[in-house]
Design a protein around this ligand. Structure first.
Ligand code: F6R
Length: 245
C-alpha cells in the first residue's frame, strides 16, 4: 500500500481527485465505487469544479454504491444514494442509469446483494474503489471483524458507526442494519484509494500503519492489494513522511 501524506484536507481533495481523473482519462467508462461521509466531500467538490470547467470526462463514467441503509428506498432523501446524488453524482453529471445501486428496501435484501455483485461483474468489475476509513477500521460497512472473503451482505451497524452517522438523521433513529459491498468486492477492485483526514482518524491510521493485516482492522487488508494508495492529511497522520507500508 502506497502512503501519501499531504498537508491538509484541500491537498487531500486535490490528490484524490487527480487519481479519479487519471482513471477516467485512461478509461472513460470506468466503474468507480464511491463512498459517502465527510472525508470525500472535498474530493467531490474538486471533481465537480473540474467537471464544470470541462476538464473531467464524466459522460461515460459509471459508479457503484459502496453501501446503503437497510430498508431505506433510494429516493428517500436520507438514503446514502440520495446523499451521493446531491453531493456528487448530480453535480458531476453522472446520471442514475450509470449507477449500480443497492435495492436496500427490497423484500429479499440478500438477493439484492447478489444482484449488486452480479451487476458489478457484468459491468466488468471495479476499476477504482474510493474509500473512507471508520474509526474502528471499517471499510464501507464491513465492521470488524471482516475477513477478505466477506461477501456483499446485510450487516449490523456497530454503535460507533451509528453514532458517526447520527448527524445525518437529525433526531430520527439511525438504522441498525445496512447493506455493504463486501470486502471481496472492495479488494477485487483493480485500484483502491483510501482517504483519511483529521485528528479523529490519527489513532486508526496509526493502527493501520503499525499492525499486520487482520480482519479486526478491515482496512488493513488493503495492504495485500496490488494497487492500493492511502492518502492522509497531517492531522490524521501519526508519523513523518510517506512511502510503502
Ligand atoms: C461511507 C462509508 C464509511 C465511511 C467511513 C468514514 O459510505 O462506507 O465507511 O467512509 O465511516 O466516514 P467519514 O468520512 O464521515 O469519516
Amino acid at each position: 500500500m502506497r502512503l501519501l501524506v499531504v498537508r491538509d484536507p484541500d491537498e487531500l481533495a486535490t490528490a484524490a481527485a487527480d487519481i479519479v481523473q487519471e482513471v477516467l482519462e485512461r478509461r472513460p467508462d470506468a466503474l468507480i465505487v464511491l463512498p459517502t461521509g465527510n472525508t470525500p466531500l472535498g474530493m467531490y467538490g474538486e471533481l465537480v469544479r473540474r467537471h464544470a470547467g470541462g476538464h473531467l470526462p464524466t459522460a461515460r463514467m459509471r459508479v457503484a454504491q459502496l453501501d446503503e441503509y437497510l430498508g431505506v428506498a433510494a429516493d428517500d432523501p436520507q438514503s446514502l444514494f440520495g446523499w451521493m446524488q446531491r453531493s456528487a453524482l448530480g453535480p458531476m453529471g453522472v446520471t442514475s442509469d450509470r449507477v449500480i445501486r443497492f435495492a436496500a428496501d427490497a423484500p429479499d435484501p440478500t438477493a439484492a446483494c447478489r444482484a449488486y455483485d452480479a451487476a458489478v461483474i457484468e459491468a466488468g468489475g471495479v476499476d477504482l474503489a474510493v474509500l473512507g476509513i471508520g474509526r474502528n477500521g471499517h471499510l464501507g460497512f464491513n465492521e470488524p471483524p471482516s475477513g477478505p472473503d466477506a461477501p456483499t451482505r446485510v450487516v449490523e451497524l456497530s454503535a460507533e458507526s451509528r453514532a458517526a452517522n447520527a448527524a445525518y438523521w437529525s433526531g430520527d433513529a439511525v438504522p441498525e442494519r445496512a447493506v455493504t459491498a463486501g470486502m471481496s468486492t472492495i479488494l477485487g477492485a483493480r485500484k483502491a484509494l483510501l482517504l483519511a483526514s483529521g485528528s479523529a482518524k490519527a489513532e486508526v491510521v496509526r493502527r493501520l500503519l503499525d499492525e499486520d493485516p487482520s480482519p479486526d482492522l478491515p482496512a488493513s487488508l488493503l495492504k495485500h492489494h496490488p494497487d492500493a494508495t492511502l492518502i492522509v492529511d497531517q492531522a490524521a497522520y501519526p508519523g513523518e513522511g510517506g512511502g510503502e507500508t
